[in-house]
Structure formats: C-alpha cells, structure tokens
Design a protein around this ligand. Sequence first.
Ligand code: NAP
Ligand code: ZN
Length: 347
Amino acid sequence: MTAVACYQATAPDQPLTKGTLDRRELRADDVMIEIEFAGICHSDIHTVRDEWGGCRYPMTPGHEIVGRISELGSAVTDFALGDRVGVGCLVDSCGECAQCAAGNEHYCETGSVGTYNSTDRVDGSVTQGGYATHIPVSRRFLIRIPESLDPAAATPLLCAGITTYSPLRKWQAGPGSHVAVVGLGGLGHVAVKLAAAMGARVTVFSHSLAKEDDGRRFGAADYVSTAEDGFHRAHRGEFDLILNTVSVPLDTDTYLKMLRPEGAFVLLGLPPAPLSVQPGLLIGGRHTVAGSNIGGIRETQEMIDFCAEHGITAEIELIDADAINDAYDRVVDSAVRYRFVIDAKTF
Ligand code: NAP
Ligand code: ZN
C-alpha cells in the first residue's frame, strides 16, 4: 500500500477535505497513473451528497482522469512509462461475458466496477477516484490520449464526452438529422460540439439565454430559452433526437411534442426523481424514451480519436484543489463555464 494525497468526502453535508488514501500495490496488468488533471462531473456531486444513496464515506470522487504512466505492472507490454492516458467511469469488469466481449463493459453481466464508490473485484475494497495524485488501473481500462489534445481540456471527455458521443452514434446523428441538446452544462456543451462535428443541425434548450453566444460558438444553429411560456410550440415535430442533460427533473411531455415521428428523447441527466410520460405522446409518433449510460472502453477510445481528429475539447476552468467546494456550489447553480478541472499538483 502507498499513501497518496487526495480530497475526500466524509459526510453528505460536509465539504470535501484534504486527506490521504491507500493505493494498492500494482497487480500484473495494472499501471500506476500520476494524475495531472481530474474533472468535476455533476455525478460526483450527486454521489458525494448521497442524492442517489449508497455513498460509502470517506470517499474520493473523480471519474474524469488524465495523467502519465509512472509505473508498469509486470504483465503490461502495450503501454510505456510516460504515456499519457485517461480513465473514465470504469476500472474493471469480468472481461468474459457477452457484454464485455461486445465492448460494453458498462453492461457487464456480473456488474462493472466504477472508478469510485464501487467494490473491487479482487480484494473487496471500495474503489477511490481521481481527486488524488495517483491511481492504479488495469491496462484494459486505459484510454490513450493523443498528445495533440490539450490534456486539461481533454479530461472531461472521459465522462462528458463518451456519455454524449455514445447516444449520438446510437441514434445516428449526422447530416440531415436535427438534434436538440437540453441543458448547456458539462455534458451539454460537449454534446453540442460533437453533434455539430458529426454534421447534425443542433438546437440548444437552456433555462435562460445567458449562454446563447457560447452555445452558437460551440456549433448550435438555434438557441431556445425554456423560461418562455410555450417555448416548444415553434418546434413541434422538429427533432430526430433530443438529449436531456439536465440534472433536475423536466416536464418530459413538453419535449416529446418536439420529436419527429420515430424520434427519441434520451435521458442522460440523472435526477433522483421518477419520470412520468403521457402514453399518447409516445404512441402518437412511435416515439422512444430511452436512457444512456456512459459507454464502453472501445467506444471511449473511438470518441477520443474523433475529438483529436476534429479538434474538440471541453471548455474548462482549471482550479486548485482547495476550490473544489466552491466549484461544487457553482455547478449546482448552473454557473460553470463549462467544466471544472482540478490541477492534480494541488492535491
Ligand atoms: P451540469 O454541468 O451541472 O449541467 C447540467 C445543466 O442542467 C446545467 O448547466 C443547466 O443547463 C441545467 N440545469 C441545472 N439546473 C437546472 C434547473 N434548476 N432548471 C433547468 N435546468 C437546469 O451537469 P453535468 O455534469 O453536465 O451532468 C448532467 C447530469 O447528467 C447530472 O444529473 C449527471 O449526474 C448526469 N450524468 C449522467 C451520465 C450518464 O452516463 N448518463 C454521465 C455523466 C453525468 P442550462 O443552464 O443550460 O439550462
Ligand atoms: Zn460523470
């Protein structure tokens, strides 16, 4: 065991504090990553504040991680010391079931292992995430980060990028399709950039017009404030795909009215609240309401390579570790532009 510096949550209503955590000795197929940057995802906040239940304290969050390999396990031959790599929301799965074989480690039939607050398959310990100086990770869960991408601004792609890329591919966003992105936060702003790069026409629905100039700069053709009564009327039947990235409950029926026949409303935001849908709005246009959870390792690498090819990174505010608690408050207030990334030198 090696003690490393970290930030950790000790209770749902307490600020995160500086501490240490024990990192395991490397297993044969592990590498040690010296972390350079860790992103703050709204899911970190839901977890730390126990809004989803099941948070095991003390807990170090962080599932958007970029750094360099500082140590190699004995069986690792396909990565080298100094390689820049990323880690997202997953650090293990069985590797043998049909889902793992298909590259869907996140749907592993025996349960995938999350980067934090999950149970390690080998020693039963609770996994601890990226708000720390180092993390050991199996080579099977590493993403290669091209040197052409700014490493700090690429960090949010490890969650926000794959979470939005995967449904855009699944529902075939591209030339001729019209995609709406609801919520211009961490996920939403990356979704706009990705969908525009894929060739889709993009409309943003935001709860004000405060970020309109940014939304258009990221690639949106239209920008709509949901604060206006009846905002949906001008957009009835318009969209093939609506990605909902909002972290609080929305009136789903309003969005279903804006789908084309056969269109899909896909939930990415995960507020801890039930969803209600008027059946007629589903049946009328054979609409789909779906959810989408991150993506597998192969698709995450594909997404990073797509981003490198198209010059896509997140818009970030780089902060020191002692600003994490203020950053959490700003994320909850929708005042982040557009993802906080922590400089790991300050843990
Ligand atoms: P974020 O940066 O906080 O963005 C959420 C956006 O939701 C805000 O920017 C805001 O957009 C909108 N919003 C927030 N409060 C609102 C309110 N009271 N009324 C209306 N709109 C509001 O969060 P994020 O990191 O992108 O994460 C978004 C959600 O996705 C979270 O619930 C997170 O847990 C979830 N998530 C899911 C997955 C997955 O695999 N499915 C992966 C990562 C995250 P506007 O200001 O533009 O309205
Ligand atoms: Zn996330």
